[in-house]
Design a protein. Structure first.
Length: 590
């Protein structure tokens, strides 16, 4: 925690501020106390991110989050959505995030894992009962306290993510713990949180998520197409966690069913559930908190949070990408019963409408900072006779996974979505910001990829001469047929990744730069613009070579695309892709 600076307010609402817990692209988080002495985290949102739509969403999300109860969540206590800089106050958890605990002290053993699983399942029961889907359950959103784990940031991330999309064109979140339907862009249900629960438990047992660590697109591929790696979990927990990680949401257990299965495995140790080193860390933090009893004196003046500071890239959030394979919806439960997992319909009751909140990152997804060695797995028993032993890092390289996309070559282009990671604000700020371009050009094997940001430039549609790279073939046309001239729009996809395509074609001949095009990621909203040189023409097909003109993180220079006139008057658009091999779609004129 950092001290307040001169530009920070000394009071927000009824809360006296004691220090700064973190700052990011969304605003600032303060440690505060109310008149009764309760310690809170006060999150202040940057005023420039606010519009009428944001306030309406924020009001709904806060109202839903305030209904969440239970012993294993950090409650939303107060909020002012109408303030110039909207803010909310949540219960402050004097603990350590699961990310930091595993990174610093090593994976958990079975007793601690059982207690963690019970607490998280109970938290999800409470969150879902309030009509909320968390969407960003991950290790850094799980705080470890003496009395059990606490889930934070429920019900808030979605509204912040929506604002980030409309304001910055970037999506925040954590791909390593996303569910397959989040990747495919489908409507989310509480089952998505259950998938994340399986991922969090795997992380606690192994030091990494169920799909290892990888770049964003590699991670998304694994989530959708590969089986999870859960060997590090105790045998008693593997069937349950495997069911939580089912590709088909209908095959996953509900949080209530998770609790039932856990009861069959064994009752968790509620007291002394944490490893001794973690308890010592939490105790030290609690003592420091008591030392803050005498915070800075109140100063007059309006609320003026310094929202320019960006030591962390925002708060926690989520995403999506379409139509991917699913598992068998009927799955045998860990106890051997033949009933499928998932919610059961109740006569006369209607499903609760769920709000969605949650996320994406890049680089290695939720990858812990790895010391040279860790102590071995801890038991939940408080013992002074702890003997550390070497811990072999469980971060698997990409080569240890099957079914991954083919390696990059100089001729293969990667067009992906821009994904920005969120930093979770809790006792301390955990995580970091990562960025991957919406459409990247694959580098030669062993090479180093770089991202180029280009200023927006206008490209004339009227032809300019450029050296031809090929001659016309097919029907022997050397000019653009009249049917192609005009502006075309549509959507194209490369596996789960979708793009909105714009293409404007002018009259001209082979060898001339006579068209402009742009691909916009449907999730990231990042736009890559190009000028197109006609390299080949027939009566029903045109081939172009791209010259990148605008976009941040785009590397489409030299990319080839084709458009083929269809009998219904549309254009079939194709260009080399990554996940499915080709970005393909249909364009319509106008």
């Amino acid at each position: 925690m950092q001290p307040l600076d001169p530009n920070d307010p000394r009071r927000i609402g009824d809360y006296r501020l004691l220090g700064v817990l973190g700052a990011g692209g969304m605003g600032k988080v303060y440690l505060g106390r109310n008149p009764g002495g309760r310690t809170v985290a006060v999150k202040v949102i940057r005023p420039d991110l606010i519009d009428h739509e944001f306030r309406a969403r924020f009001r709904r999300e806060v109202a839903a989050a305030q209904r969440v109860g239970g012993a294993f969540t950090a409650p939303v206590l107060d909020a002012d959505v109408d303030a110039e800089a909207p803010w909310l106050a949540t219960g402050y958890v004097a603990g350590i995030s699961l990310t930091d605990a595993v990174t610093q002290f090593g994976p958990f053993a079975e007793p601690a894992l059982l207690a963690l699983a019970h607490g998280l399942a109970e938290a999800l029961v409470a969150v879902h009962a309030a009509g909320i889907v968390h969407r960003d359950l991950k290790p850094s959103n799980v705080m470890l306290a003496i009395d059990g784990p606490k889930v934070i940031d429920f019900g808030i991330a979605r509204v912040i993510a929506d604002s980030a999309l409309t304001t910055t064109g970037k999506f925040l979140g954590s791909p390593g713990f996303m569910c397959p339907e989040q990747v495919s862009g489908e409507t989310l249900s509480p089952a998505c949180d259950v998938f994340a629960l399986g991922g969090v438990l795997t992380f606690a047992a192994a030091g990494h998520g169920p799909f290892g660590t990888a770049e964003v697109m590699q991670m998304l591929w694994r989530i959708v197409y590969e089986e999870p790696r859960i060997e590090a979990l105790p045998p008693a927990l593997r069937p349950l966690v495997s069911s939580c990680l089912a590709k088909d949401p209908a095959a996953r257990p509900t949080p209530e069913q998770v609790l039932s299965e856990l009861d069959g495995i064994g009752a968790p140790e509620r007291s002394g559930w944490l490893p001794p080193q973690v308890v010592a860390h939490i105790s030290t933090a609690a003592v420091r908190l008591l030392d803050l009893d005498h915070g800075p004196a109140d100063l007059p003046g309006a609320l003026r949070p310094d929202v320019g500071a960006t030591s962390a890239p925002g708060w926690s959030t989520a995403t999506s990408v379409p139509n991917l394979p699913t598992a068998n919806p009927t799955r045998t439960s860990p106890t051997g019963s033949s009933r499928p997992y998932g919610p059961t319909a109740t006569s006369g009751s209607a499903p609760t409408p769920y709000s969605q909140s949650g996320g994406f990152t890049s680089g290695s997804a939720e990858a812990p900072r790895q010391p040279a060695t860790h102590p071995g797995p801890y038991s939940a028993v408080m013992s002074s006779e702890f003997t550390p032993r070497p811990f072999v890092a469980a971060h698997k390289s990409a080569d240890t996974f099957t079914g991954r996309p083919p390696p990059a070559t100089a001729s293969r282009r990667t067009r992906t979505l821009l994904i920005a990671a969120s930093a979770t604000v809790a006792v301390a700020v955990a995580g970091g910001a990562y960025l991957i371009g919406t459409q990247l050009n694959a580098q030669p094997t062993g090479g180093t990829g770089t991202s180029t940001a280009l200023a927006e430039t206008s490209v004339a549609v009227s032809p300019t001469t450029a050296p031809p790279s090929s001659t016309a073939t097919g029907s022997g046309a050397t000019t653009v047929p009249t049917e192609f001239v005009g502006t075309w729009k549509g959507r194209a996809a490369d596996g789960p990744v979708q793009f909105d395509i714009e293409l404007t074609i002018a009259e001209g001949a082979v060898g001339e730069e006579l068209a402009t095009s742009a691909n916009t990621g449907t999730l990231s909203h990042d736009r890559c613009a190009r000028a197109e040189t006609l390299t080949e023409a027939t009566t029903d097909r045109l081939t172009f070579r791209a010259r990148l003109t605008a976009g941040s993180g785009c590397m489409d220079q030299g990319a080839t695309s084709t458009v083929t006139l269809q009998s219904d008057g549309t254009l079939a658009y194709r260009t080399p892709g990554y996940l499915g091999g080709t970005i393909a779609g249909s364009l319509r004129k106008g």
